[in-house]
Design a protein around this ligand. Structure first.
Ligand SMILES: Nc1nc2c(ncn2[C@@H]2O[C@H](COP(=O)(O)OP(=O)(O)O)[C@@H](O)[C@H]2O)c(=O)[nH]1
Ligand SMILES: [Mg+2]
Length: 156
């Protein structure tokens, strides 16, 4: 997306893009990239982070990346994110009890998965991406630990 365009135009183009991609593509695999953020302050008079609140969409997209195509580090960030999503194509959000057995499972997760987020309120809530070969092991462990799957996007 060209972040230099009027906000309404950006939102209109986002909606058109979703209409094309969905339902065949999982929202968790969609990366929204807003380009030209180096020009944002001049054009919209808002700071780069502020644009995130103005861009609207009705789907559970996790990745909203702000970049400037003139900045090589920004381009590397997108490439890295695409690699992560391809390497770990499945996504699960799960709640686990905070017990020692869970801790050793989490150590395993750190070594084999891509953790999107982890929080320790009311037990442990993890949002992770994983390889397809690990699907059986992960779902068995969640079952053994009496965990609760909140959301799963698994490649069939
Ligand atoms: N300031 C700035 N200019 C950019 C950026 N990316 C592309 N441009 C410039 O924007 C102009 C139009 O390019 P672009 O919008 O990408 O392509 P188009 O819409 O297909 O013409 C070109 O002169 C690009 O060099 C960016 O991140 N920052
Ligand atoms: Mg353009």
């Amino acid at each position: 997306m060209d972040a230099g365009e009027p906000i309404e135009e950006m939102n209109r183009k986002l909606k058109t893009s979703f209409d094309v991609l969905l339902p065949d593509i999982e929202p968790s695999k969609i990366i929204i990239v807003l380009n030209k953020i180096d020009r944002l302050e001049n054009i919209h008079g808002i700071d780069p982070e502020g644009i995130k609140d103005q861009v609207t969409f009705d789907y559970e997209v996790k990745d909203l990346i702000l970049i400037s195509a003139f900045n090589n580090e920004d381009k590397d960030r997108i490439i890295q994110r695409i690699q992560e999503i391809f390497e770990y194509p499945n996504n699960i959000i799960v709640e686990l009890p905070n017990i020692p057995k869970t801790q050793s499972f989490i150590s395993w997760i750190y070594g084999h998965c891509d953790i999107e987020s982890i929080s320790y309120r009311n037990g442990i809530r993890i949002d992770l991406r994983y390889k397809t070969k690990d699907h059986g092991y992960i779902t068995r462990m969640i079952d053994t630990l009496n965990g609760k799957i909140l959301e799963i996007n698994h490649r069939t």
